[in-house]
Design a protein around this ligand. Structure first.
Ligand SMILES: [Fe+2]
Ligand SMILES: [Fe+2]
Length: 317
């Protein structure tokens, strides 16, 4: 199926279709604007799932025992399946999947900057499960509830359940680690840099945000700031419960979570630490760091593309 086989719908046709309570079932129901917006959000989602695999694999090599390694591998397998769902849907929307996955330059991948920072230990992997997979869960649950694109909405029922397993894996380990001082110190050190990176994950605050079609067309239900709040509502009480400090608290008078450190802030990616003494920076500066990508970008994308580029195997036409 290619995009050329269908005359694109007008914006009005899409709006009427949605107003009648129907879902968009394929490219035949899309206007150019809907198609472009859906390709963008699917690419971010699929790239994020895909790059989490080499990121988690690197850390899984430090698993304390074989059965723990097995749990990590089953999470990685889930992530690859999630990525496949996204890329497969992009293929249906006229995108060349091989080009997208295997021939795209590393810097053109659209996943959150957090995954460009290496996870170097088992503790960091389980912290990522508790924070990053929780972010994935929040974002995908919102899309599951709100998306007007039927095929993706239906596929996300399975993805949501698997993300729940990933974040529970993280929480179970964190509870256990936080019971003794050495483990707790290691978790605290990881959360110190990972918490703020995950806050950034939700993107620009609503007053600076573009891509309004994500909300207009029901690609998403909640705004960036609402999603960031949702994530804090899940993560902050859990961290408080296990005695791990995070730079955010619930402000009763505002009925919202408040970030207690300069945000957004400059990040030293070699030391993996926040330069909080320098105060808050602009989102333009953050976006410049995101665009430049971080330390592991090349390495992870090369790992994912190596097989394709070193053999003559290609998908059957
Ligand atoms: Fe996933
Ligand atoms: Fe996950």
């Amino acid at each position: 199926m290619t995009t050329e086989q269908f005359a694109p719908w007008t914006e009005q046709q899409v709006q009427d279709h949605l107003a009648a309570g129907k879902l968009v079932e394929g490219i035949q129901h899309m206007s150019p604007k809907y198609l472009e917006g859906m390709r963008r959000i699917l690419t971010v989602s699929a790239d994020t799932e895909l790059v989490s695999a080499p990121s988690y694999l690197r850390a899984a090599q430090h698993a304390p025992a074989l059965n723990n390694f097995g749990s990590a591998m089953s999470i990685i397998q889930d992530e690859l399946a999630h990525a496949h769902i996204g890329y497969r849907l992009l293929g249906d929307l006229g995108v060349d999947m091989d080009e997208l996955i295997y021939e795209r330059p590393a810097r053109s991948f659209k996943y959150p900057y957090a995954f460009d920072v290496p996870l170097n230990s088992w503790v960091e992997l389980v912290c990522a499960n508790a924070l990053y997979d929780q972010a994935g869960f929040v974002l995908l649950s919102d899309i599951f509830q709100s998306s007007t694109f039927g095929p993706w909405k239906r596929a996300l029922a399975k993805v949501d359940k698997e993300e729940t397993f990933h974040l529970r894996h993280g929480r179970t380990w964190l509870r256990k680690l936080a019971r003794e001082p050495a483990g707790k110190a290691e978790v605290q050190a990881a959360i110190d840099w990972m918490f703020i990176l995950t806050l950034e994950w939700f993107g620009l605050p609503d007053d600076l945000k573009h891509h309004a079609e994500q909300l207009d067309y029901g690609f998403k239900g909640k705004s960036n700031d609402q999603l960031r709040q949702w994530w804090m509502r899940e993560v902050v009480p859990f961290m408080e419960e296990i005695g791990i400090r995070v730079p955010a608290h619930f402000a009763i008078e505002r009925d919202a979570y408040v970030i207690d450190c300069p945000f957004p802030a400059a990040f030293d990616e070699e030391k993996r630490s926040w330069l909080l003494d320098e105060g808050a920076i602009s989102w333009d500066d953050v976006q410049a760091r995101w665009r430049a990508r971080g330390p592991m970008n090349d390495d992870y994308v090369r790992t994912l593309q190596r097989g394709y580029q070193t053999t003559s195997l290609r998908r059957a036409a």
